[in-house]
Design a protein around this ligand. Structure first.
Ligand SMILES: [Zn+2]
Length: 245
């Protein structure tokens, strides 16, 4: 398979050939259908976050289940059968250790000790090896900027048939129609895209809400027609009137 490899800061990623990764117990091999570019990925690529290299970035994936690791739990196989559609998470909780057992899977010890600190999964090994010399390549989360990726099953959720692999939430969950009024709360990477997509779908009132002035300034360039700084000031009185807020 091919994957986009990061080797050193501020250099272009290189497209390289890999062996198809092999999942281990309670892991799933996914054929990647889409992968977002998160600012966390950019932090790694710019050298702003120290991370093992070479590595494959990408953690906002959707894809199709291709294979279960040997001895994977039957419940996992039933939840994610071969051919089913899945969406992956930034944090891939182990599901078993103390924080995960208490429901605080955002603090999963294994995720931070192995994936964030070493670029591996939870046996201390990567699943990515270059085809030409078998050398290891590390994984930022599941390493989603590749044609296939291996993910611990606890880091996945089923993707409903009603949602396509890309842009699903805006088109099919929010059901934005021409002339709609929408508010986007939080104008970061995801919120910026939501504004642009909503404008493309024909929404006429686009209200950006954020606590940072620079993000609101950026929102104007992305099509926001009104904006709110909820803590300090209300810069566009039309928004108040219309929404009585
Ligand atoms: Zn855990």
């Amino acid at each position: 398979m091919r994957g986009a490899v990061y080797r050193e800061p501020k250099q272009p990623l290189t497209i390289e050939e890999f062996h198809t990764p092999r999942p281990k117990v309670n892991e799933i091999l996914i054929k990647t259908k889409a992968c977002g570019v998160c600012h966390s990925d950019l932090h790694v690529m710019k050298g702003e976050i120290p991370f093992s290299s070479p590595c494959v970035n990408g953690h906002e994936i959707t894809g199709e289940v291709v294979e279960h690791g040997p001895l994977t739990d039957d419940k996992i196989i039933q939840r994610f059968p071969i051919g089913s559609r899945v969406v992956g998470a930034f944090i891939m909780p182990c599901g078993t250790r103390s924080y995960c057992a208490k429901g605080h899977d955002d603090l999963c010890e294994d995720f931070f000790a192995y994936n964030r600190a070493k670029g591996t999964l939870y046996d201390g090994e990567t699943r990515l090896f270059l085809r030409h010399d078998d050398s290891p390549v590390y994984m930022y989360s599941m390493g989603g900027m590749a044609e296939y990726c291996v993910t611990p099953a606890h880091g996945l959720a089923p993707l409903p048939e009603s949602l396509p692999y890309t842009y699903g939430a805006m088109a099919h969950a929010a059901e934005i129609r021409p002339g709609d009024s929408i508010a986007v709360i939080g104008i970061g990477g995801v919120g910026s895209r939501c504004l642009q997509i909503a404008r493309t779908f024909g929404a006429s009132d686009l209200i950006a809400v954020d606590v940072q002035d620079d993000k609101l300034e950026k929102a104007k360039t992305l099509g926001a027609t009104s904006w709110l700084e909820p803590r300090l000031s209300l810069k566009e009185p039309i928004a108040i009137k219309k929404f009585n807020c």
